[in-house]
Design a protein around this ligand. Structure first.
Ligand SMILES: C[S@@+](CC[C@H](N)C(=O)[O-])C[C@H]1O[C@@H](n2cnc3c(N)ncnc32)[C@H](O)[C@@H]1O
Length: 272
């Protein structure tokens, strides 16, 4: 019953904004574990993508980190001003800021508690996190070379408003790199997102279905994820959290498998 009400309310922009704010404020506040850096479902690369060597201590979060890495290498990052919208616990920002050498990387998130946590656990000279909304980005026009957006825009009240904000803050020729999923049963399905991107006034360079890569990632890290849930989450919340985390057998995983949910990767360029 509660699930049905929440599902129905998610049609409303105000509820989506409220739901995202409350959920992610609480997650960072009540699970402040410094070694939990990501909140995406992960990516297992294709055979033709360059292998990624990682230090031993990042192996536990290899797949969600790869989601960032293989998205970011779609454009040149070195020496660039990068903005991430929806940076969560900051693990992707830390990887890109450290490894791909942008001039500066700003991670922005709606949830103040996630921003505070990320600023505490990821300290690099070219990295900072700040609070802000995707629908009203607190940066000047034409100040950013690359915008990164990982598994976040499904939660926004208005994706079109977000895209107009991205276009405003990007320099001419700048790039938006975005990955996210959509449930085909919802009004806002993957076709809606593709149309929103095409109507954004930016040029779509890459449009890839990466559902199979995400499924492989979920399967590959399933045991590790389940063990983390058993360790970190109070028992009464473990079932709910397993759904949220998309473990094998969850509705999220099953809908990816049966094709009623799709996961895509996009690269767009603001026309110079
Ligand atoms: C599923 S998490 C992904 C976090 C991170 N990108 C990662 O992959 O680990 C979605 C993130 O988007 C953020 N978010 C949701 N709505 C937002 C908005 N309107 N503006 C900025 N961030 C938002 C949430 O607070 C959350 O941190």
């Amino acid at each position: 019953m509660i699930k049905m009400i929440i599902h129905a309310l998610k049609r409303y922009a105000w509820f989506k904004r409220f739901n995202a704010k409350v959920t992610y404020e609480l997650l960072a506040k009540y699970i402040p574990e410094a070694d939990w850096h990501f909140m995406n479902y992960g990516y297992s690369p294709n055979a033709n993508e360059p292998p990624l060597d990682l230090p031993e201590d990042t192996k536990i979060q290899r797949y969600p980190l790869q989601m960032y890495h293989y998205l970011a290498i779609k454009t040149e990052i070195e020496g660039k001003q990068v903005l991430e919208v929806g940076s969560g616990r900051g693990g992707g920002a830390r990887h890109i800021a450290g490894r791909l050498k942008p001039a500066f990387y700003t991670g922005m998130d709606l949830a103040q508690s996630a921003v505070d946590l990320a600023n505490k656990i990821h300290v690099l000279p070219n990295l900072k996190f700040m609070q802000g909304s995707a629908e009203a980005i607190p940066l000047k026009d034409g100040s950013v070379d690359v915008v990164i957006n990982v598994e976040s825009c499904h939660a926004y009240g208005s994706v079109s408003k977000f895209l107009s904000e991205v276009k405003r803050v990007l320099k001419p020729g700048g790039h938006l790199l975005l990955v996210d999923f959509r449930n085909e049963e919802n009004v806002e399905n993957m076709s809606t997102l593709k149309n929103q991107l095409r109507d954004s006034g930016m040029e779509v360079l890459v449009e890839e279905n990466i559902t199979a890569n995400v499924i492989r990632s979920i399967e590959a890290e399933d045991e590790t994820k389940k063990e983390r849930i058993r360790t970190l989450i109070p028992q009464k919340w473990q079932k709910l959290f397993s759904e949220f985390a998309g473990v094998v057998g969850s509705r999220f995983y099953e809908t990816l498998k049966n094709g009623s949910r799709q996961y895509y990767r996009f690269s767009l360029r603001k026309i110079a």
